[in-house]
Each structure stands twice: as structure tokens, then as C-alpha cells.
Write a protein that binds this ligand. Structure first.
Ligand SMILES: [Zn+2]
Ligand SMILES: [Zn+2]
Length: 800
């Protein structure tokens, strides 16, 4: 018989509050091992003793089949001398050493809890705060470490004897579930509205919603405001009071069947919708969907989410119809989370509760494209789960992010903690949310940043925050370098690759506002190979809010007198802007693809002025005839077949960072395979555009748009041809850049790639050209991903 062996095993990652110790206890029984398991501030500590083969099987199982909510980032095994333990026990928590355990994201109600919620015989029947080890609030209620009840906003709710028994029983689903509670001991709802205040608050709220009221509902990460989604008057009132003119609202449905009644849902979308992260999924809306037209004006998609807390399950079930559920705030303020007072001008009534929210978290938003999830907003249900970095950071790093869709990112070792969505850093309240968030994450994950990365834009509040920090090394990272680095990090790569950054506006190394860049890029640096033509932003930031100004600017670049066009007739300031463009005074220039989208949206009459960032581009995508775009893309690429003479001329060589251009032999298969494909494609109906001297001629696309416009071609087709023409132009740029550098991989990042029509057309073209394409699937392509990219760049430079 083999002598027993003993090991000390440390498991790191998200291993507390996820049922890890009962899991280890059961596993030890399965393998016939003695010893103990406990939590400490580094994670889970196990000492196990038994036959060596059983011990190694046990360790393998720890890695391979951890509990559903656990994320194991490391299993460290050290041999010990056997001591002859008789049994396997669960030890109490200790609290010393560095704080390196991880807090899991808030998790949607599990099937077991849902069953209890619906069972009239269960003591948690219709109890809106039901949770267990497999589900419930986590990140939003955690106030400190180590993660136990005292360090959550459940601290003021002592457990009753029934809950305490479940909490202490290793065989129970609620063993060591910190937020465990029941109607006898846990948080309570409060209904403040018209009608019977003694009635069931959820029934009262449901009745008010059905009667057309706007109701504020305190959820997991903040207050939402809700209205019956089919009720045009109620949704209109909600819009008017929230000062939110056009931005689409998300819709909460009671169950999957109700979601199918609103939208077409493919299997990947269904998986995202029903996942424990429970994000808003942007789905193709059914023409017969029973939704007020003001839910998502001008949009063929609708954001749908399923209930993710018992409260939402009960409310959606009682209403029995889709309900608009949007963050409780007034225009640009962050979501209200402490009390409902800021919502008094919006809501007729409030469904409130007495469990405090420590960290606000907005609903996450995803789209699905090419069979994978494309995150648009990564927040509730995702944060603060760390992203694993392929190469660990040396010294801890903080990335301060950009300005719009602000996030920050803290990294130590192999883990990057990308924050929840903070919002647009344009007011004091959001800035406070940002600085408090950084402090909270630093404590929670024990990261003391030595290196701080920031954007180059001197006016970003995130840049100013970084520059005021003392005792750290500062690293400025160009905005689009950070975007492309975030795409590399998203894919676990380091480059070099060819990067296409298509974006709104980002500060360039030459002071120009970039946003249409072709780069040879790695984590350490980049070389700008080509970019969209520079055009003026007439009136500076005013041009962002007034896309018709970009139409004037791009017409000028294309050498077209557009005074006869409808856009000129619609906008009284047209002549003034013309004179402004002539004067060349007071106008920054830009290479932004986002602003090119704005120009086209205004030219075709989709949108002259915007009420939120990116609105014109979003609506142009929605206006495009997708089937026509599919046909147009191959043709556009064909019409713009690369001139071999031009392809050697790209590259102005604006270098930044410690980047060494690749000196690999130039290979041409990508280009030739693209040409082969072009020769097979049909007649051209996407707009052809030239590329030469490192410039991508967006003005050619504008010429195409205007020609069609004057010929009376319908808007859907013009929008489609524009998308296809742009995809063709970008493909040519990528193929040329690959041919020049010998690279064969293209990374796509920047806010423009939230446009799935462009993404679909471009990736199809790049695939066909034989190029490998990297897109986003873990972090958003928009500015929310910039902080991760900054961290990746700063860490790579810190190492080199
Ligand atoms: Zn549960
Ligand atoms: Zn209880």
C-alpha cells in the first residue's frame, strides 16, 4: 500500500462566495481524502491528505470543474508531511495577509431560487431578495474585503435562525452565501405611490405600470424608471421627463417566450440573453412587435433583457407585458443609486427597498455578430470579473481611460480589472464616481498602481486626474493605439498587426483629431501608415452635435458645390458655415470615420443634428438596405482594386513609442487573393474610392453619395452603397498595409465598429482576402475599452 501524501493547495481567483468550500468538501469525499479547506485573503487554502493518485485527481478536478460562478486563476500545490487527519473539515475564515481574493459580478437569479420564488409552500415564496451561493447580488453590495456579510450592505440584516442554519450547513445551497436572507430577516420593499400602500408593493407597482404610470424601481445597481412598453403615452412621458429625445430604451420581458414575440433571436443571442450575466441584447425587432414607436425610434433593433433579480421576475410577471426599463437619471447624470430623490421629476411612484447599493452598475449591453458576442457596454454582470492578460504586468498599472463611456482599469500580475461603466466624464457627479471607483477597486483588489497610463488629450478629465497623481510613473498613450491595443488584449495577442481604428475623435500625436487610422501596431508602439483624408470640423465641437456641418466640410473636400442639395436648404446656417470653411479659421481638422458617417447621414437626410453621441451613424446603419449592402461590398472592392504602384507609397511613418517596424519579407498573397476575388465579382454598385499617398479618399465616397442623391436613388440604397464602399476602401488599405509590412493579421477597433453592418461587410472582405481578423468579444470596441488598451501598452513599455 502506498504511503499517504499531503499537499497544501492554494486556489486563487473568484473562489469566495461562490460555493467553493462546499465544492472542495464534496470533492475530498469523492476522492477519499482527509484534511481541511478554508478561506483566507489570498483565496482558498486546502490541505489534503490521502493516496498520491487520489490527491492528483483531486487537484485536477479543482482546475477542471470548479463551481459555476468560480473563476480559477491559479492552483499552487506544495508537498507537506502527512499528519494522519481522520476527516475532511471546513475551517473558519482567517483575515491576514494581502487582499488578493476576487469579488464576483452580480449574477442573475438561478433556477433553484426561481423555483422557490414561485412555490407557494416555500418560505421564500415571492420574496424579492431571494438568493443563494449560485446567484444574487455581489459586486454592487460589497463594501470591503474579505468578502463576508459584514463587508456588504447586508450587514444591517442579521440572519434569522432558519437562514443561519442554511448558511452554516455545508450540504445546503446557501452554505456561506453572504447575502442569504428571507422575509423574516432580510430587506423589504416599500411602495410610495397612489393607491393602497398596505398592498403587496410589487402588485401595486405592476398595477400602476399597467395603468400607464412611470415608476421608479430600485434594482441591483441603481434605480431604473419603467413604463409599459406598448403604451405610447407612458413611454412618451418617460422620454420627455428624462430629457432623452431619441436614444433607444431597453425592454424587460417576463420570459424568453415574450422576448421571441418582440424580436428575432438566434441561438447565440438566446445564450447571451439567458446567461447569468443577463445583459441587454440588441435584437432584430419583429415588424409586429407590440411596442410603442417611441421605444426605439429609427431603429430596427430593440434592446431586450430578461429579469435578473427576483424583484424583476416578480414585477415583469405581474405586469405580464413588456416594460421599458431604463436607467434612472436625468440626461447625462449617472444612474441614481442612493435614493429616488433625483427621480422625483420623472417618476409618478417609487418601488423602493432598504438594501443599500454600494457601487452603482448600469445594465450591460451586447450585440451578436459573426456568431460571437460584441460587447457595447460591459458593466453589471461582467464587472469586476478580471480579464486574464497573456503577459502579466510587472509593476501594477492603472489605465485612466478616455472621456466618453468612461471606464478605468487596474492590473496586477496576470489580471486586469476593467471597471464597470462610469459614464461620460463631463460633470462633477461622474467624476466623483470615477475617483471613488478607482479608490474602491484599489482596496478591493489590493492594487497600488506604480504606473499610470492616460490619454494624450489634455482636456480629458481622466488625463487631468492622472497628471495630478504623485509618486507614479505616467505613460501617455495615443487614443487609437489604446483602442487597437485593447483589441489585441481582448484576443490575447501582442502584435505586431495591422490595425484599423475607426472612431469618433481621438487626440493624435500631431494634434489633429484622429479617427480613421491604418497603423502597424503592437502593444509597445505604432506606426501610422495611412489615414482618412483630413477635413475641417467647422465650429469645432459644434460640428459633433450638428452633422450637417460635416456634410458641408466633406462636400468641400470632394470639390462639390452642394448648395442645391436638400441638406443646404434644410439648414439656415449653411452659407455661414461655407464662409467659415473658406476662412479656415477656428476649426480643428479631423481624420475621423465617425464624422464621415455624420456627413453622409446629413447628406441623405437621415439626421442633421444629434441628441446623443454616435446617433447619426447609428441611424445611417439602420437606414441601410442590408441585402443591397451585401451585394455592394464585393463590387465596391472590385471598383477600387489596388493599384500596385500606389501600395508601396503608403506610410508617413508617424512613429510613437518604442516601436520597431517589422522587417519581414514582403509577401503578396493577401493582395493577390483579393484581386482574384474582385475579378469574379459582379457589376459595381458600392462606391469606389481611391487610396494613394497614405490617404484614404473619403471624398470619393461623398461623390458617390451625391451622384446617387441627385439621381433620386433611395436612401436605403445610398446608405448601403456607402457602407459597402467604406468596407472596400478599408479592405484595400489593410491589404496594402499587409503587403508592405509582410503582416497578415488585421485588428479592428474604435467606436465605429459597434456598427455591425460595416463590421460584417469588412470582415467578409478581409476574410476573403486571406487576412486574419481580430475583433472585440470581451471588451467594447468603443471608448469603454480604451483603459484596458492603455494598461496593455503601459505594461508592455514598462517591461521593455
Ligand atoms: Zn440561487
Ligand atoms: Zn432569514
Amino acid at each position: 500500500m502506498t504511503a499517504p501524501a499531503r499537499s497544501r493547495i492554494r486556489v486563487a481567483g473568484i473562489v469566495q462566495g461562490v460555493g467553493f468550500r462546499p465544492f472542495v468538501h464534496a470533492l475530498a469525499a469523492e476522492f477519499g481524502l482527509a484534511g481541511f479547506v478554508g478561506n483566507d485573503e489570498t483565496g482558498v487554502l486546502i490541505e489534503a491528505e490521502g493516496p498520491p493518485a487520489a490527491l492528483s485527481g483531486f487537484v485536477a478536478a479543482l482546475r477542471e470543474r470548479p463551481p459555476a460562478l468560480a473563476v480559477v486563476t491559479g492552483v499552487d500545490v506544495r508537498p507537506l508531511t502527512a499528519v494522519g487527519d481522520a476527516a475532511f473539515t471546513i475551517a473558519p475564515s482567517t483575515a491576514h495577509g494581502p487582499r488578493t481574493t476576487l469579488v464576483s459580478p452580480d449574477t442573475a437569479t438561478c433556477a433553484d431560487c426561481l423555483r422557490e420564488l414561485r412555490d407557494p409552500a416555500d418560505r421564500r415564496h415571492r420574496y424579492p431578495f431571494t438568493n443563494c451561493t449560485n446567484c444574487g447580488p455581489r459586486f454592487t453590495i460589497v463594501t470591503g474585503v474579505p468578502y463576508d456579510r459584514a463587508a456588504t450592505t447586508m450587514a444591517p440584516f442579521p440572519m434569522c435562525t432558519d437562514c443561519a442554519r442554511e448558511y452554516a450547513d455545508p450540504a445546503d445551497r446557501r452554505f456561506h452565501a453572504q447575502p442569504v436572507c428571507c422575509p423574516a430577516c432580510g430587506p423589504r420593499l416599500r411602495w410610495t405611490g397612489r393607491g393602497d400602500t398596505t398592498a403587496d408593493p410589487i402588485a401595486a407597482a405592476a398595477a400602476a405600470l399597467r395603468a400607464g404610470s412611470v415608476v421608479a424601481v430600485k434594482g441591483l445597481g441603481g434605480y431604473h424608471v419603467a413604463a409599459l412598453a406598448a403604451d405610447e403615452t407612458a413611454v412618451g412621458a418617460l422620454r420627455a421627463r428624462k430629457h432623452r429625445e431619441d436614444k433607444p430604451f431597453a425592454v424587460l420581458v417576463p420570459d424568453l417566450a415574450a422576448a421571441h414575440a418582440l424580436a428575432e433571436i438566434d441561438p447565440v443571442e438566446e445564450e447571451a440573453l439567458t446567461s447569468r450575466r443577463a445583459p441587454i441584447v440588441l435584437l432584430r425587432r419583429r415588424p409586429d412587435a407590440a411596442l410603442a414607436s417611441s421605444v426605439a425610434p429609427g431603429n430596427r433593433y430593440v434592446g431586450v433583457l430578461l429579469p435578473y433579480t427576483p424583484l424583476h421576475h416578480l414585477l415583469a410577471g405581474d405586469v405580464g407585458a413588456p416594460v421599458v426599463l431604463t436607467s434612472g437619471n436625468v440626461s447625462d447624470e449617472p444612474i441614481a443609486y442612493r435614493d429616488a430623490a433625483p427621480l422625483a421629476p420623472i417618476a409618478d411612484a417609487v418601488l423602493d427597498h432598504d438594501r443599500a447599493i454600494h457601487t452603482r452598475a448600469d445594465d450591460s449591453v451586447v450585440r451578436v455578430e459573426r456568431g460571437q458576442v460584441l460587447p457595447i457596454r460591459r458593466s453589471r454582470g461582467f464587472a469586476p470579473e478580471p480579464l486574464a492578460l497573456t503577459t502579466p504586468v510587472g509593476r501594477p498599472v492603472l489605465g485612466c481611460g478616455a472621456e466618453l463611456k468612461s471606464t478605468f482599469c487596474l492590473a496586477r500580475g496576470p489580471l486586469a480589472f476593467l471597471s464597470h461603466h462610469i459614464g461620460d466624464l463631463e460633470n462633477a457627479e461622474t467624476l466623483r464616481s470615477f475617483t471613488e471607483g478607482v479608490a474602491h477597486y484599489r482596496r478591493l483588489f489590493d492594487v497600488e498602481p506604480a504606473v499610470v497610463a492616460h490619454d494624450l488629450h489634455p482636456e480629458y478629465l481622466s488625463t487631468k486626474y492622472a497628471l495630478e497623481l504623485a509618486g507614479v510613473d505616467l505613460v501617455g498613450v495615443q487614443h487609437h493605439h489604446a483602442h487597437l491595443a485593447s483589441c489585441l488584449a481582448d484576443n490575447g495577442e501582442a502584435g505586431p498587426v495591422i490595425g484599423l481604428a475607426c472612431d469618433g475623435l481621438g487626440y493624435g500625436t500631431d494634434g489633429v483629431l484622429w479617427g480613421g487610422e491604418v497603423m502597424e501596431v503592437s502593444l509597445t508602439g505604432f506606426r501610422r501608415l495611412a489615414h482618412l483624408e483630413e477635413v475641417a470640423l467647422p465650429g469645432g465641437t459644434t460640428a459633433i452635435r450638428q452633422p450637417w456641418r460635416m456634410a458641408a466640410s466633406w462636400l468641400r473636400a470632394a470639390g462639390i458645390d452642394g448648395d442645391d442639395l436638400p441638406v443646404a436648404r434644410r439648414n439656415p446656417g449653411w452659407a455661414t458655415v461655407g464662409r467659415l470653411l473658406d476662412s479656415r479659421v477656428g476649426q480643428p481638422v479631423t481624420t475621423s470615420v465617425g464624422r464621415l458617417f455624420d456627413a453622409v447621414a446629413a447628406l441623405v437626410g437621415v439626421r442633421d443634428t444629434v441628441n446623443y453621441e454616435g446617433q447619426a451613424a447609428i441611424e445611417l446603419e439602420q437606414a441601410a438596405d442590408e441585402s443591397a449592402a451585401g451585394a455592394a461590398t464585393a463590387a465596391a472592392a472590385a471598383g477600387a482594386a489596388p493599384n500596385p504602384r500606389e501600395s508601396v507609397r503608403i506610410g508617413r511613418g508617424d512613429e510613437a513609442g518604442a516601436f520597431r517596424p517589422t522587417k519581414r519579407p514582403v509577401r503578396s498573397p493577401p493582395a493577390s487573393s483579393l484581386r482574384k476575388r474582385m475579378s469574379r465579382s459582379g457589376p459595381s454598385n458600392g462606391y469606389p474610392a481611391r487610396m494613394s499617398g497614405g490617404l484614404l479618399y473619403g471624398s470619393d465616397l461623398i461623390s458617390g453619395v451625391v451622384t446617387d442623391l441627385r439621381a433620386g436613388v433611395e436612401v436605403a440604397l445610398i446608405a448601403a452603397r456607402f457602407h459597402a464602399g467604406l468596407a472596400g476602401l478599408l479592405t484595400r488599405a489593410a491589404v496594402d498595409a499587409c503587403a508592405t509590412t509582410g503582416l497578415d493579421t488585421v485588428a479592428l477597433s474604435g467606436g465605429v465598429f459597434q456598427n455591425v453592418l460595416l463590421l460584417r461587410l469588412l470582415t467578409a472582405d478581409l476574410d476573403a482576402a486571406g487576412l486574419r481578423v481580430l475583433t472585440h468579444s470581451r471588451v467594447p470596441p468603443n471608448d469603454a475599452g480604451v483603459s484596458l488598451g492603455q494598461v496593455a501598452v503601459a505594461a508592455a513599455r514598462d517591461r521593455s
